[in-house]
Design a protein around this ligand. Structure first.
Ligand code: FAD
Length: 390
């Protein structure tokens, strides 16, 4: 019997965990390196669209991931006077599928999946460098050669930066504070409680996201130089000035741990060098205006593994075909997410009619959601084993 092919995966975020599970399910011996001492979720809640949900189904992890998920009926955009200017119906027949869960639930589910699939998980294991021939270097001069290296080490990937692969990287002058708070009746009117709502006012947004029956994920989006808006702990008065209808909710955020992230957009000249494949934010980071960074990371990690087939003689000749198959949809989505940054600085009287108009053009909605509505399970090589259809 042929000996197992060996893959080294760098980074235990959404992309690395997905790739590691899919590879192990295909019979690879997989070692996953995470530089932090523990693997933990960063952020608060997460939107999982059809593409991410399909990946979880393929990996046999869907049922576990969606326990306690919130399944909203609509995504609404509200103007500065709290009037609905756009409403996208979701989760009904023929409509886009999108669930929200806590980040902990997603990462813990993937971690258990990796463990069950036999992935060798190394925490506190920083990879310092990878050579195109698949040699992975760790501190102390350790070096191991693999048949495939998946670089999923995030937007600041050091592995990538050794190869001058970046075609375009934009650090947006916008970002968000993210928090989770216990759900309460007084935050929004009863009829709005289960909806996903994005409130716009001035150059700021508030994203209201139930992420389970008891928890609410809130993202406060603002310009990076808007100091009162970026303050941590959150300054409720600074936000309530623009969103008086949310004053009760904003007050409840005052003592809650929060995390600020500045948004980034990144494209590469190519997604592989020799035996190294780059996935997730390391290859295609995008601002979170479509809630698709994680979905694209999962879709691409699974797409990579599917494109390799069962026992490839060598991965190098297969990687360009993987990139050619995945890249158009992912870059299309990145471009949309990047364009949507322009909505923030629009004056209130311009933004409201524009969003209303955009909501009436179905082709725009379909284009924006192209990746989100992709079902990334089939490939010429056949699906990864372990499927768990709903
Ligand atoms: C405000 C905000 C909201 C978002 N909302 C959504 C959403 O609703 N839905 C969605 O799909 N996406 C969303 N995203 C995007 C999503 O969070 C990211 O696209 C996704 O987490 C990227 O995952 P990743 O695995 O590529 O990278 P990361 O999550 O950054 O993981 C990289 C991992 O690699 C490790 N690492 C780094 N260097 C090394 C090394 N040298 N050796 C070993 N380990 C290393 C890091 O410690 C880390 O654990 C959002 C992003 C932001 C900022």
């Amino acid at each position: 019997m042929a000996s197992k092919k060996r893959a080294e995966v760098v980074g235990a975020g959404i992309a690395g965990l997905t790739a590691a599970i899919a590879l192990a399910r295909r019979g690879w011996a997989v070692r996953l390196h995470e530089r932090d001492r523990e693997i933990r979720a960063i952020g608060a809640g997460i939107y999982l669209w059809g593409n991410g949900l399909s990946v979880l189904e393929t990996l046999g992890l869907y049922q576990e991931a969606v326990v306690g998920a919130h399944v909203g009926p609509v995504l609404e955009s509200r103007d500065h006077r709290n009037r609905t200017v756009e409403a996208v119906r979701i989760n009904g027949p023929g409509q886009p599928r999108v669930y929200t869960i806590t980040r902990e639930r997603l990462i813990d589910t993937l971690l258990r999946g990796a463990d069950a699939a036999g992935v060798e998980i190394h925490t506190g294991s920083e990879v310092t460098e990878v050579d195109p021939d698949g040699t992975v270097h760790s501190p102390g001069g350790r070096a191991e050669r693999a048949d495939l290296v998946v670089a999923a080490d995030g937007v600041n990937s050091k592995i990538r930066d050794r190869f001058a692969l970046v075609r375009r990287r934009v650090r947006l002058k916008q970002g968000a504070s993210r928090l989770t708070v216990a759900m309460s009746d007084g935050f929004v009117p009863a009829e709005d409680r289960g909806k996903y709502i994005e409130y716009f006012s001035g150059r700021r947004r508030v994203l209201y996201t139930p992420s389970s029956a008891t928890s609410l994920y809130v993202a406060l989006v603002a310009d990076e130089d808007d100091a009162p808006a970026g303050r941590i702990p959150v300054d409720p008065d600074a936000w309530a000035a623009d969103f008086p209808e949310l004053a009760t909710l904003l007050r409840a955020l005052a003592d809650v741990p929060a995390r600020w992230d500045t948004f980034e957009f990144l494209t590469l000249r190519r997604w592989s060098v020799g035996r190294i494949a780059f996935v997730g934010d390391a290859a295609h980071a995008q601002p979170p205006y479509l809630g698709q960074g994680g979905g694209c990371a999962m879709m691409n990690a699974l797409g990579l593994v599917n494109s390799l087939g069962d026992v490839p003689r060598s991965v190098e000749p297969l990687l360009p075909a993987w990139e050619a198959a995945q890249r158009p949809t992912i870059e299309h989505t990145q471009r949309w997410a990047y364009r949507l940054r322009l909505v923030n600085p629009m004056p209130n009287p311009v933004r409201a009619p524009l969003l209303r108009l955009a909501g009436r053009i179905p082709a725009l909605g379909r284009s924006r959601l192209r990746a989100a509505m992709t079902v990334p399970t089939s490939s010429p090589a056949g699906p990864v084993r372990g499927s768990d259809p709903r």
